[in-house]
Design a protein around this ligand. Sequence first.
Ligand SMILES: Cc1cc2nc3c(=O)[nH]c(=O)nc-3n(C[C@H](O)[C@H](O)[C@H](O)COP(=O)(O)O)c2cc1C
Length: 190
Amino acid sequence: MPAPALAPLRAARAPAVVNLPLPRPALARPPSFSTREFRDALGMFATGVTIVTARNDDGALVGLTASSFNSVSLDPPLVLWSLSRAAASLPAFANGSHYAINVLAADQKALAERFAARGVDRWSGVEHSPGISHAPVLAGAAATFECFNRSRYEEGDHVIFVGEVERCSHRAGVPPLLYHGGRFYTEHPL
Ligand SMILES: Cc1cc2nc3c(=O)[nH]c(=O)nc-3n(C[C@H](O)[C@H](O)[C@H](O)COP(=O)(O)O)c2cc1C
């Protein structure tokens, strides 16, 4: 018996366009959560850990631990990180022409803690060398991005820095230092 003729496929009906006016508020709703809840939620985003370094106007070494690093653009090569307005190092980074972003290796946890602490000599015994524009490059880092201080954006209680990478290097296969929920980790491949 011949197969029954298939019914012709009916073109899917296009959804009716509903021209409802979308609300376009000029301002965000006030937060429905505490700062603690916000921090805890942000802490679920695991990051690497960097130490961002520079020389200030007097040539003194400056550096702090920062996990806000991220990539922005491949061409031109751009990266970003953000710095608290309350940071003592803000003037050095805001006024300087260059900085270096040192991505820490797993065995540099102590450095990450030291460069986040106040009232300690952060640079005591730290092995480093001058980068192409004199920002200090830390020995043993998993990767280093030497940046021109391209632009800055003041947002809330932080300043976003966009750096144009002039030179970068990395140590292939070195386990990175990770940060998540206020604790340090290293990688555990799934
Ligand atoms: C894992 C980790 C990540 C951090 N990330 C940032 C960051 O991205 N931006 C920032 O402003 N502070 C960050 N901090 C805090 C600074 O390292 C800390 O406030 C430091 O004392 C600032 O140094 P300064 O006051 O000399 O500039 C981080 C601290 C830790 C432990």
